[in-house]
Design a protein around this ligand. Structure first.
Ligand SMILES: *Cc1c(COP(=O)(O)O)cnc(C)c1O
Length: 367
């Protein structure tokens, strides 16, 4: 049996260190907004190559709070439009609509599944005030081109880095390109907590200060509230566990890259399309996503060969019942992607034998 991602094994590798971190937090007697959080924020900011990181409760809140802060600063207002890839996970869109902003759903590039500057140029209209590029499946979007376009139109840029911890272009990491970036540390992400957690990165000190208040009831100082805030704090326990795991992120990303290289060089089947990589960018393979017109059959074939696969994602946001107002939109490329994608096992602890089994099973598939 080849599991998709064995989280228990992943965390067990760091068992002793994780237990020590738990003990440290228990013994400190301080569980919210303490040293572990500020240390993690420093360490994560330095890892990403930015001035500030602000820990929050999850990835959706990270996205949502940045847009909220920009509204508070007067940089965005109700009904402003935000360009976002149509094929993203629904959280990227929720962060927009929950702030009374309007998503402009842009079709991705067919090869990378990410936004391109050309598509943004086509979709641009005067009401657009921000871009929310999503670095999907672990591959960073073409940020040089996207930032140049954003600057030419004075647009804010919020990167969704929930799937791209450590990805980079020219050694500049995801999270260091935009005006701000949102990370999720959901357990299955490349850097995962043992529960919910998230963070925002930015080089803007005023934004960072406002976010620290917004995550804590809008309070910058105990019992004084500057803003109508939220409770979206990253607790000491999760921060301490993330501090254990952050130093292993590069090694685990490298292990993912090795598995992806094997898949790319050894998977041969006329019915599948392999992921394509931009030469300049360092991919971190959050997911290894292939495309096939025979998805149901291939998935059944792999299941019967003992290989677990998943679909990211079966239904695009504009086709969800939650977004009935967008159900009428026709986004053929996005719809085709959602109908054809299949994610193969991708786990830094996969053995050579596991990878061999996946390759053999996919190569043996006949439609
Ligand atoms: C996981 C994910 C999120 C949301 O993160 P949570 O921590 O689950 O709230 C946002 N965007 C993308 C692209 C994601 O994959």
């Amino acid at each position: 049996m080849v599991t998709f991602l064995d989280l228990k094994k992943l965390n067990n590798k760091h068992r002793e260190e994780l237990l020590k971190a738990c003990e440290r937090v228990i013994d400190s007697g301080w569980y919210i907004q303490g040293d572990e959080l500020s240390q993690f924020e420093n360490e994560f900011a330095s890892y990403c190559g930015v001035q500030h990181a602000v820990g929050v409760a999850n990835g959706l809140d990270a996205l949502m709070l940045v847009l909220r802060a920009w509204k508070e600063q007067g940089k965005l207002k109700d009904n402003d439009k935000v360009m976002v890839p149509a094929n993203t996970y629904i959280a990227s869109i929720l962060a927009i609509t929950q702030n009374n902003l309007v998503p402009v759903l842009v079709e991705p590039n067919e090869d990378t599944y990410n936004l391109s500057a050309a598509a943004l140029k086509d979709a641009w209209e005067p009401a657009v005030k921000a871009i929310l590029p999503v670095h999907l499946y672990g591959q960073i979007s073409p940020m040089e081109e996207i930032m140049a376009f954003a600057r030419s139109k004075s647009l804010l840029v919020l990167e969704d880095c929930a799937q791209s911890h450590g990805a980079s272009i020219n050694n500049i990491k995801a999270g260091a390109w935009g005006d701000a970036a949102a990370f999720s540390f959901y357990p299955g992400k490349n850097l995962g907590a043992l529960g919910d957690a998230g963070a925002i990165t930015t080089n803007d000190p005023e934004l960072a200060a406002m976010l620290k208040a917004l995550r804590n009831y809008g309070s910058h100082k105990k019992y004084e509230n500057l803003y109508v805030g939220y409770n979206s704090r990253l607790d000491e326990m999760q921060a301490a566990l993330l501090r254990v795991k952050l130093p292993y992120l590069e090694t685990e990303n490298e292990a993912r890259r090795k598995i992806a290289q094997r898949y790319i060089s050894d998977l041969h089947n006329e019915h599948i399309v392999l992921p394509s990589m931009s030469k300049k960018a360092e991919h971190v393979w959050h997911l290894f996503v292939i495309r096939t017109k025979y998805r149901t059959q291939l998935q059944e074939h792999l299941t019967s060969s003992g290989i677990q696969t998943l679909i990211h994602y079966p239904l695009p946001p504009h086709k969800q019942q939650a977004y009935q107002e967008y159900n009428h939109l026709s986004l053929p490329l996005t719809e085709k992607i959602h109908n054809e994608v299949l994610s193969l096992p991708m786990d830094p602890n996969m053995t050579t034998e596991d990878v061999d089994l996946v390759i053999k099973a996919v190569n043996g598939f006949k439609a």
